[in-house]
Design a protein around this ligand. Structure first.
Ligand SMILES: Nc1ncnc2c1ncn2[C@@H]1O[C@H](COP(=O)(O)OP(=O)(O)OP(=O)(O)O)[C@@H](O)[C@H]1O
Length: 367
C-alpha cells in the first residue's frame, strides 16, 4: 500500500498540510511540538477511526475549528488508485471513499491498512488485554474478509450484538427463555471468533519468530498463544455461559467469553513479562506489530503502511539500525518521525524522502 498524497486540515496544530510522500522511507523531522506525530495521527485516524493517543473529542480537532479533515490518495498493487476523505468533529463524522459517501466507517478501515508504533505501543505487551484483543481483531478484520470461515467483521458484529443483549437481560433479572436464545447466538459467534483468533495466532508465530531473531535476539525464542476467555479445555462456550449464569445474573454482566480473551507472548528463557526491560518491552511490541504487517503482506500481497513515531527516542541506535534494515528489506512504505535526522538511516541512503515540520507547516527537504 502506497500513500501518494496526504492532506490534513484542523488537526491539532496542523492548519492545512499537503504532503506527497515517497515509496520506501519517509523521514519527518521537526522540533518538539511542531506537529510530526499529528501527521501520523491523521493517517492512523483514517485507517482505524481513532487516534493512538487520545479520543477524537479530547483535543484532536484544532482549537477554534469545528472539525478536522483528512484526505488520502493511495495505491495498491494490481488495483486502481483509491482516495478517501474524512471530516470529524469529535462527535459526528462524514466520509467519502472513491468519491461516494461512506455509510459505515468500517468501509474506510477495510480499504486502508496502517500500522503505527509509537511511544504508547509498549501497552501491547504490558497494558490491558483489551489492547491485545483489538490488535488481534484488527489483523483478522484485514485478512478474514470473505474466506471460507466467514468474514470476521460480520462474526464480530453478531457476537457484539448477542453480548449486549445478554447483558441487558442479565441486568433486568431473570428471563430464562430469552437468555437461552441469546446465549445460543453468543456461543455460536463466540466459538467461531475464537477459532479464527486461534488460527491467526498460529499464523503469526513464524513471523514473530523471524522478527525476534532479527530485532530482539537477546530475549530468545517466544511462544504466542491465545487465552480464549473461558476454560475452553474443559467445555464449550455454551456450557461456560450456562455455568456462569447465576454469577452473571448477580453481577449484571457476562463474565466469560471471547470479550475476555487475551494474547500471551511468553519468552522461553525469561520469567514472564517482568523479565523484559522497558526497552525490550517496546521492542517486543514492535515485533508483534511488524509480525502483523508481514503476515498481512504474505496474505494480501501488499504491505500495510508503517509508521514509527519518534523512533530515535524509543530505541537505541543498534536497535534502530536493526529495525530499519528489516523494513528496508520489505516493500513497505514507512513514515519515521524524529526531532533530528536518524543516523541509522544514512546507510539506507536513496531510500527515503525527507520532510521538515515547523509550527505545523511541512516542507519537503532535498534528499
Ligand atoms: N487541539 C489543538 N489545537 C491546537 N494545537 C494543538 C491541539 N492539540 C495539540 N496542539 C499542539 O499541537 C502540537 C502537537 O504536535 P505533535 O504532538 O504532533 O508534535 P511532535 O512534533 O510530534 O512533538 P514531539 O517531538 O514533542 O513528540 C503541540 O504543539 C500542541 O501544543
Amino acid at each position: 500500500m502506497l500513500i501518494r498524497q496526504l492532506q490534513v486540515q484542523g488537526l491539532r496544530r496542523l492548519v492545512d498540510v499537503d504532503l506527497c510522500p515517497g515509496p520506501g522511507f519517509n523521514l519527518i523531522t521537526g522540533d518538539n511540538g511542531s506537529g510530526k506525530t499529528s501527521l501520523l495521527e491523521a493517517m492512523h485516524l483514517m485507517a482505524h477511526g481513532r487516534s493512538f493517543r487520545a479520543r477524537i473529542r479530547d483535543g484532536l480537532v484544532r482549537t477554534g475549528e469545528s472539525a478536522l479533515q483528512v484526505f488520502l490518495e493511495w495505491e495498491q498493487p494490481g488495483q486502481p488508485g483509491r482516495r478517501a476523505g474524512l471530516r470529524h468533529s469529535g462527535s459526528a463524522w462524514e466520509a467519502r471513499l472513491d468519491g461516494s459517501p461512506v455509510g459505515q466507517l468500517g468501509e474506510l478501515f477495510e480499504a486502508l491498512a496502517v500500522i503505527t508504533f509509537e511511544p504508547g505501543s509498549h501497552a501491547l505487551i504490558d497494558g490491558s488485554s483489551e489492547i491485545r484483543r483489538r490488535y488481534l481483531d484488527w489483523g483478522l478484520f484485514h485478512v478474514e474478509r470473505s474466506d471460507a470461515g466467514g468474514d470476521f467483521l460480520s462474526l464480530w458484529r453478531r457476537h457484539a450484538r448477542a453480548h449486549k443483549q445478554r447483558n441487558a437481560l442479565l441486568r433486568k433479572g431473570r428471563a430464562e427463555g430469552q437468555l437461552d436464545a441469546w446465549e445460543h447466538e453468543l456461543a455460536l459467534a463466540g466459538e467461531a471468533i475464537t477459532l479464527q483468533r486461534e488460527a491467526y495466532v498460529t499464523r503469526l508465530q513464524p513471523h514473530v519468530d523471524a522478527l525476534l531473531a532479527d530485532i530482539l535476539p537477546a530475549a530468545g525464542a517466544a511462544n504466542l498463544s491465545l487465552q480464549p476467555g473461558w476454560r475452553r479445555q474443559d467445555f464449550g462456550l455454551a456450557d461456560a455461559l450456562l455455568l456462569a449464569r447465576e454469577r452473571d445474573l448477580a453481577q449484571g454482566h457476562t463474565t466469560v467469553g471471547p470479550h475476555r480473551a487475551d494474547l500471551k507472548l511468553e519468552f522461553r528463557d525469561l520469567p514472564g513479562r517482568d523479565g523484559l526491560s522497558r526497552g525490550q518491552t517496546k521492542l517486543a511490541a514492535l515485533v508483534l506489530l511488524l509480525a502483523q504487517a508481514s503476515h498481512l503482506a504474505t496474505h494480501a500481497g501488499h504491505w500495510p503502511v508503517l509508521q514509527l513515531d519518534d523512533l530515535a527516542s524509543e530505541l537505541d541506535r543498534h536497535h534502530q539500525r536493526r529495525v530499519l534494515q528489516v523494513l528496508a528489506a520489505s516493500n513497505a512504505q514507512v513514515f519515521v518521525t524524529g526531532t533530528d535526522p536518524i543516523p541509522a538511516m544514512d546507510s539506507l541512503a536513496g531510500l527515503h524522502a525527507m520532510f521538515h515540520v515547523e509550527h505545523g507547516v511541512i516542507r519537503p527537504l532535498a534528499g
